[in-house]
Each structure stands twice: as C-alpha cells, then as structure tokens.
Design a protein around this ligand. Structure first.
Ligand SMILES: [Mg+2]
Length: 278
C-alpha cells in the first residue's frame, strides 16, 4: 500500500469512528448506511474533488450531491474535519435548533442541495452538469445514490437525460450494499442486472470494490467515458468496519448500546494499529 492510500485508509477509519460517536451521543442515525459509503466519500473529499472550505461557493468548485441523504452522519463528519463547519457545531447533530439535522441541509457551507427524499439527486446533478457544458465550465459533478433508491422512477428519467446530453462531466456512484431499510434489495425491488441496465441507458459503467479506496480513486480518475456519463457501481458492505453491524439490514438506522459502542471503538483502534504496521 503506498503512503497516500495508507493515509486515506486511516482517515476513513477515523471518520467511521466519528460517525459511531455521533450516532451514539445523539441517539439517532443511519449508522450502517454511513459506514457503507465512508470509503467512497473519503476518496471523493480527500483525493478527487476540488472543494475549498475557505471559499465554499467558488464557481470553479466540483459539485457533490448526496442523493442518499439519510447517510448524513458521514457527510457532517467530513465537512467538520475539512473545516466547512466547526467541530463544536458537529456536537449539536440532531439536537433541537441545530442546522445539522438528519439529512443534508443547504444552509450549511459545502452542501449543494437538501436531499433525503430519495430519487432527486441524479436529476439535479444532471442539470448542474448540463449547465456546466452550456457555460463551458470545467467543474465535475458527482452524486451518490443508494441501491434501494433505484426503485424511484425519477432516477431512470435522469439516467436517460444524462446520456442524451452526453454528460461526460457527470459521475454517479451507487452504494451497492445489497440492503435497504426493510431488507435485501433483490427482495424489495430487484434492480439486477445493474451494470447492463446502466449500459443500456447509455452510461459508461465501472464496477469496483466500493470499500477499497485505491480502486475507487482509479475509477474516479478513469477518463474513458468520452461523450458518456460515468456510473461507478461501488460494491460495498453495509455497516463496514464494525463486525456486528456488517451486512445487517437492521443497522440501516440503529443506535448502538454502550457495550456495542465500546466494542466498535476497540475495533477501530485495532484496525488503525494494524494499518500502521502494513
Ligand atoms: Mg443499500
């Protein structure tokens, strides 16, 4: 593992630790959903995207829309770590009158769009990417969808439009953990064969291990999608990084007990120590 990737892996564990603390202390949160996409957001915010907490509205910034808005704990943890919000404010997560509510809120610097009502992010990201083309702007637009979210018909209207307008400045990522709030996506609303569907809609599709930061960075940096929007199908594990939460649908929205919290912190610390030796 090269030094840059190792630092990013460590960052992802520290962020997972912060997510777990936030959920435990506020007694609410989409724990498994946030841990699932932590590596994707770590790659985006610490390696790929040009965003500046000192100048969050800069017109040249890359745009990120978290369509699966419920996994907000990881977004707040990153925005605080990068300096878009104060660490003190992060402690108010989900408290009465806090701006840091249970879904992304565009009153907060660094948040482009209020999301959480599923199925809207890709359409807005498509519009933003189209605007960049029309205005001859160089910024890239990224959006993260859940796999359960694919049951929303509006996702597929946007998929068709993005390819129609040849938006090769748009990258969508599916957090493909195979689970949603009520169970397996294959049982609730089967979206397989996923890659074939997106290819049929005219997208350039890359499938990666979505908990492998190095593979994610490679997929983000790939420039083979000339004249096509890019879809990264990120195969992930819901609850990744906490042994008792991995692959369990019930952890979609669940608060750990004190014992579970302490065990998770031990697991994060152990993984950090292991990484030091790798
Ligand atoms: Mg899912």
């Amino acid at each position: 593992m090269n030094a840059e990737i190792k630092e990013l892996e460590k960052k992802a564990i520290q962020l997972r630790r912060r997510v777990f603390q936030l959920v435990y202390e506020s007694k609410t949160g989409h724990t498994g959903s946030s841990l699932s996409c932590t590596d994707i957001l770590t790659a985006l915010y610490y390696s790929i995207m040009a965003v500046d907490p000192e100048d969050p509205e800069n017109d040249a910034r890359d745009r990120y829309i978290q369509s699966k808005g419920h996994a907000v704990e990881i977004l707040w943890a990153i925005l605080a770590d990068k300096g878009f919000i104060e660490e003190e404010e992060l402690k108010t997560f989900s408290a009465f009158n806090s701006r840091l509510i249970g879904h992304p809120n565009n009153q907060v610097a660094g948040v482009e769009m209020n999301t959480g009502s599923l199925g809207h992010g890709l359409a807005v990201a498509t519009g933003i990417a189209l605007a960049a083309k029309m205005d001859e702007k160089k910024y890239q637009t990224y959006t993260l969808l859940g796999d359960g979210e694919l049951a929303e018909g509006s996702v597929w209207e946007a998929a068709m439009a993005a390819s129609n307008y040849k938006l090769d400045n748009l990258t969508a990522i599916i957090d493909h953990n195979g689970l949603q709030i009520t169970g397996a996506t294959t049982d609730v609303m089967n979206s397989d064969p996923l890659s074939d569907k997106w290819r049929a809609f005219g997208w350039h599709v890359i499938e990666v291990d979505g908990n492998n930061i190095e593979a994610l960075i490679q997929a983000f940096n790939s420039r083979e999608n000339i004249g096509q929007p890019k879809m990264i199908i990120a195969n992930t594990i819901k609850g990744k990084g906490v042994s008792f939460a991995e692959g369990i649908a019930a952890w979609h929205h669940k608060v750990p007990s004190q014992e579970q919290y302490e065990q998770a912190l031990l697991e994060f610390d152990k993984r950090l120590e292991e990484l030091e030796d790798e």
